[in-house]
Design a protein around this ligand. Structure first.
Ligand code: CTP
Ligand code: CA
Length: 224
């Protein structure tokens, strides 16, 4: 990884990173999920480790190889992810790169839902998952000094992301345009807009690894 333990601008700092999708079981053989390779969250965790941070990496079932030098916590559902993040506190910063499923089944079924011959498809009764980012950003005591969310949008990226930053109470939002024609979802490059209290900052198209490095540098500066 290249970083000596205990050196670098983030030495002595603890950073929590969430990454990947969550899976919400429908029945024992099916689940609801978001599309997420975990690439950006993994690259970010790796960049933070390089700067000397102690990183707790809370990941859903993602394709990307796990980052090296982190404490890795593997979860499946949004509720498990929330529990893992809470258990990892206190932290100096918390970065929410995960694509958390917004809904889960209202009632878990232990039996497989069967097709009915000639029947209508089942309707699924869903309930909203807890908003992990909003919960941590709103902590009255023990809030990390820096709380960063991601926003994957398909239209009016800056407007939506700016509204999201206010709604969630986080310090920064890293927004990206995930319209299929951008190739960002599942690809190696990313074009992000960083939304802070000072406004929107467009970063040029670069690799997810370079986005991660630049973001890690900004996090180090912000923590001072
Ligand atoms: N997030 C979270 N917990 C959730 C949903 C989202 O922690 N239950 C975090 C994501 O990790 C991300 C940020 O919130 O950092 C924004 O996620 P996004 O899905 O864009 O926001 P939502 O509030 O779910 O709005 P939308 O209706 O656009 O999906
Ligand atoms: Ca969502």
């Amino acid at each position: 990884v290249g970083a000596q333990l205990g050196t670098g601008p983030l030495a002595g700092r603890h950073v929590i990173v969430t990454s990947g999708p969550t899976h919400e079981p429908i029945d024992p053989v099916r689940y609801l999920a978001n599309r997420s390779s975990g690439a950006q969250g993994t690259a970010l965790a790796q960049a933070l480790v390089r700067l000397g941070a102690r990183v707790t990496f809370v990941t859903g079932p993602a394709r990307a190889a796990r980052p090296v030098g982190c404490t890795v916590v593997e979860v499946e559902t949004a509720i498990q992810m929330q529990d893992a993040v809470t258990a990892a506190l206190p932290a100096d910063a918390a970065i929410f790169a995960a694509a958390v499923a917004d809904w889960r089944m209202q009632a878990e079924t232990g039996s497989k839902i069967k097709k009915q011959a000639g029947g209508a498809p089942p309707s699924l009764d869903l309930t909203e998952n807890p908003d992990i980012l909003k919960g941590i950003a709103g902590l009255e005591s023990g809030r990390p000094q820096l709380v960063v969310g991601f926003a994957a949008e398909t239209d009016d990226v800056v407007a939506h992301a700016t509204a999201k930053r206010a709604r969630k109470g986080c310090d920064w939002i890293v927004a990206n345009d995930v319209r299929p024609e951008t190739g960002i979802m599942g690809g190696t490059d990313n074009a992000v807009t960083l939304i802070t209290e000072d406004g929107a900052e467009d970063w040029p198209l670069m690799s997810k690894r370079d986005v991660a490095r630049r973001l890690a540098d900004r996090i180090a500066k912000a923590l001072g």
